[in-house]
Every structure is written in structure tokens, then in C-alpha cells.
Design a protein around this ligand. Structure first.
Ligand SMILES: NC(=O)c1ccc[n+]([C@@H]2O[C@H](COP(=O)([O-])OP(=O)(O)OC[C@H]3O[C@@H](n4cnc5c(N)ncnc54)[C@H](OP(=O)(O)O)[C@@H]3O)[C@@H](O)[C@H]2O)c1
Length: 261
């Protein structure tokens, strides 16, 4: 609730706690920095210990409060131990969960294997559902109302070739957002989702993407460019602030206008 809060308090994350998955690179890295720069204490994870430690050191030098641990979000036992670490770090409560870690797969549906299906489903969708479940008691313990943000994709709304499995996970994350928002509103937990279009990261520079498809796609983006990771991170910060206290169950496209063409 915002009643009685000053503007400064409504647009702040001072003192709140956050878990952001996949913070060593790309969009997740920008989200960690944005939340921490607004005053949050953040925990993040990825599969690469050396990269995570290098990030942690850079964040420490900038005066940001960020802790890290290795976790493969596609592995249920890793998800359990990630949440146990978060619980211990933040004194049994959590204010913000950002389900960002994800992988793409540019492959025709007819050529995709059952291993492809299992890996992408576990990494993008099952992790999002299970981490939300595991975080629920910690979000309930948040004295200020918890906030969950999923990072899906416009691929969950529109048909794109060679992205069937990936797009299925993102479409399901959009629906999971609405389902959890409905179930958890009475717990004071808001659940929203951001669906980016192309963002400048390792995923969008993947050499397996057909260059012709990229050209065609870019021609359909009114703003004529892809996003910087920071342009996604700013929306995550807003959704987690008291300023967004009446927003829940929404899927917000950050796509330079791609989905309106
Ligand atoms: N870039 C785009 O154009 C775009 C567009 C729409 C949506 N998205 C979504 O945005 C999210 C972030 O993507 P990005 O572009 O920032 O990708 P990225 O640059 O490849 O970064 C992905 C991050 O997630 C981590 N990660 C990947 N698999 C993981 C796993 N199994 N367990 C734990 N961490 C894992 C990576 O670290 P490790 O690999 O070292 O584990 C890295 O920190 C994804 O959900 C993606 O689908 C991206």
C-alpha cells in the first residue's frame, strides 16, 4: 500500500531483499545492479562459479550489497539449496523474486529432440514454477508484501519460426503469472511478468539464429533496434516498488513496439 508514504518511499527499494536468478550476464546482471542501486540487498546465481565471483567483486567495489551462489536452476535439488541459502542470508524472509535465468533454443520443431524439450522446459518453466513455490513462505514472511517478476518473452505471444519449445515455456510463464497473481493476492504477494523483445545479450547474438529471420524481425520493430538489458531492468525495479502496489497479474512487453505491428 502507498497510503501515507512519501514520493521518495514509493520509488525506493531501500532495505528490501531480492533473489534474481541468472545474474552473471545479460538481463539478469542489469536487474541485479538496478535493484541493488535502488538500495536492495540482492542474492543471485548462475552455473559458473568463476564468473559469479568476478561479478560479486565488481559489485562490492561499487558498494552494492550482492551475494552469490552456484545453482543450476534446471536441477530440483539445486533450487532447494538456493532457497535455503537465501533463507539463511535474509533471516527467513524475502521481498522480491525475479525468475530470469533461461536458455533459448533455435531449432525447427520437427528437428527438436526429447532432450531439447526436457532441458528447455526444466530450465525456463519448471524452475520458474518451483522457485516461486519454494519462495512462497519467505515472501509471506516479508513484512512489506512480496513481489515476484518472471522474465518471459514476446515469443510467448507471437509465432516465430524455430522457437517452438522456447516459446511454449514463455507462453506458460505468462499464464503462470496470472494464476499465481490470483492465488497470492490475498497473501499480499504481487506477481507480474516482463516479456522482452530482442535484447542485446548472448542469447540474441547466438550464431545459430538465421540472419534472414533477424533482418525480417528487425523490419517489424517500429523503434528499429533491440533493447539494452537496462531497459528491461528498470521495469523490474518499478514493478517491485511500492509505486506499483496495485499492479498484479500483468505481462508487460518491452519490445520497441514489435507486438503492435
Ligand atoms: N536476450 C533476449 O533477446 C531475450 C528476449 C526475450 C527474453 N529473454 C529472456 O531473458 C532471460 C535472460 O536472458 P539473457 O538474454 O540475459 O541471457 P544470457 O545473457 O545468456 O544470460 C542468462 C543468465 O542465466 C544464467 N543461466 C542460464 N542457464 C542457467 C541455469 N540452468 N541455471 C542457472 N543459471 C542459468 C546464465 O549463466 P550460466 O550460463 O553461467 O549459468 C546467465 O547468468 C531469459 O529468460 C531469456 O529467455 C531474453
Amino acid at each position: 500500500m502507498v497510503a501515507g508514504k512519501t514520493r521518495e518511499e514509493r520509488w525506493s527499494l531501500a532495505g528490501v531483499t531480492a533473489l534474481v536468478t541468472g545474474g552473471s550476464k545479460g538481463i539478469g546482471h542489469a536487474i541485479v545492479e538496478e535493484l541493488a542501486e535502488f538500495g536492495a540487498r540482492v542474492h543471485t546465481c548462475s552455473r559458473n562459479a568463476a564468473e559469479l565471483e568476478a561479478c560479486r567483486q565488481r559489485w562490492e567495489e561499487k558498494g552494492l550489497q550482492v551475494t552469490v551462489s552456484v545453482c543450476d536452476v534446471s536441477v530440483p535439488a539445486d533450487r532447494e539449496s538456493l532457497m535455503a541459502t537465501v533463507k539463511a542470508n535474509f533471516g527467513g524472509k524475502l521481498d522480491i523474486l525475479v525468475n530470469n535465468a533461461g536458455q533459448s533454443l533455435f531449432k525447427l520443431a520437427a528437428e527438436s529432440t526429447s532432450d531439447d524439450y526436457t532441458r528447455i522446459m526444466a530450465t525456463n518453466l519448471e524452475s520458474c514454477f518451483h522457485l516461486s513455490q519454494l519462495a512462497h513462505p519467505l515472501l509471506l514472511a516479508s513484512g512489506i508484501g512480496g513481489s515476484v517478476v518472471h522474465i518471459s518473452s514476446i515469443a510467448g505471444f507471437i509465432g516465430l519460426p524455430a522457437l517452438a519449445i522456447y516459446s511454449m515455456t514463455k507462453g506458460a510463464m505468462n499464464q503462470l503469472t496470472r494464476s499465481l497473481a490470483t492465488e497470492w493476492a490475498h497473501d499480499g504477494i504481487r506477481v507480474n511478468c516482463i516479456a522482452p523483445g530482442g535484447v542485446k545479450t548472448d542469447i540474441s547474438s547466438d550464431k545459430t539464429i538465421d540472419p534472414e529471420l533477424v533482418k525480417k524481425e528487425m523490419a517489424r520493430v517500429p523503434m528499429g533496434r533491440i533493447a539494452e538489458p537496462e531497459e528491461v531492468a528498470s521495469m523490474v525495479a518499478f514493478l517491485c516498488m511500492p509505486a506499483a502496489s496495485y499492479m498484479t497479474g500483468q505481462v508487460i512487453c518491452i519490445d520497441g513496439g514489435r507486438t503492435i505491428t
